[in-house]
Design a protein around this ligand. Structure first.
Ligand code: SF4
Length: 283
């Protein structure tokens, strides 16, 4: 019911086009932007409690988790850094009102694919208020998701640009932009509970895709069994199966450092999503 309401809040034409392109595929379903984002965009004129009453238990639990994340202050170093970045800004984004707080995950509550990144970018997600939105990593991720049918459009430049994900949820190891993209071990530990709670709530997830070594190491530390044999190792395009757990897919992170040096090419990157789509299609 809520999905229907929210779909009405974005472009009807794009929603219908997205529906029709997914209609023949059993692996996809439409997802909505989170309630937090809807309310912040001011697109629905009713109260929070009214809307929570319309949500499924899972949607409501994810919404509550998202609000907990946004108000989290467990890592003073990161909290003060994202706040400072949001005040100092960079020249090209001087006119933006930065988000400047921790970021919740977002996507489809019935997701079968969970994507785990490193952290919001200081002038990307930390500015726009949504992970992988407004930076070059987001450009690569959303374009690949769109080309493989997991997203309705190839761009994610702001929270209000009508992006919808299908069967996909996007999250990160830490929810505050870290200095030099290097969170400390205790900051990762502080934030790991949110990842575990997302995985518990997203009970249809069949594939976890980790982007980069930190996301891989964190998932091996907190999500997957340490004694699995053979033990997964970090590489691009690794696919690993476990008993009673989602499969693990490993990829290089689509950071500029990797994409501009050719370490990660578009073909390598897209190939991961094609294989995931094939895996889910055969599930
Ligand atoms: S990184 Fe995670 S645990 Fe630390 S303050 Fe941000 S949201 Fe909280």
């Amino acid at each position: 019911m809520l999905c229907g309401l929210i779909v009405g809040s974005v472009s009807l034409a794009s929603s219908l086009a997205f529906f029709s392109c997914l209609g023949s595929s059993s692996i996809f379903r439409l997802c909505a932007p989170s309630l937090t984002h809807i309310l912040e965009c001011g697109r629905l004129n009713c109260g929070l409690l009214d809307l929570i009453g319309l949500m499924s238990k899972k949607e409501a639990a994810l919404e509550v988790l998202g609000r907990t994340v946004i108000s989290c202050r467990k890592c003073p170093r990161l909290v003060s850094y994202v706040s400072k970045v949001s005040q100092d800004k960079v020249r090209r984004y001087k006119k933006w009102s930065y988000w400047g707080r921790p970021l919740p995950g977002f996507g489809d509550p019935e997701a079968r694919l969970l994507i785990v990144g490193l952290a919001p970018a200081a002038h990307g997600g930390n500015r726009t208020g949504r992970m992988f939105t407004g930076d070059s990593s987001g450009d690569w991720l959303i374009r690949a998701l769109c080309e493989t049918g997991f997203a309705n459009q190839p761009k994610s430049v702001s929270r209000k640009n009508g992006l919808m994900l299908a069967s996909t949820y996007i999250t990160a190891v830490v929810r505050c932009a870290p200095l030099q993209n290097r969170p400390l071990a205790d900051e990762i530990a502080n934030c790991s509970g949110y990842l575990l709670e997302e995985l518990r709530l997203l009970d249809r997830v069949e594939v976890v895709l980790t982007l980069g070594k930190v996301a891989f190491d964190t998932c091996m530390e907190y999500v997957f069994p340490r004694d699995s044999k053979p033990r997964p190792r970090f590489r691009h395009g690794g696919f690993y199966s476990f008993e009673d757990l989602p499969s693990l897919v490993t990829s290089y992170h689509p950071s500029r450092q990797n994409t501009q040096t050719g370490r990660l090419t578009w073909e390598m990157w897209l190939g991961v999503f094609k294989r995931i789509k094939h895996t889910l299609g055969n599930g």
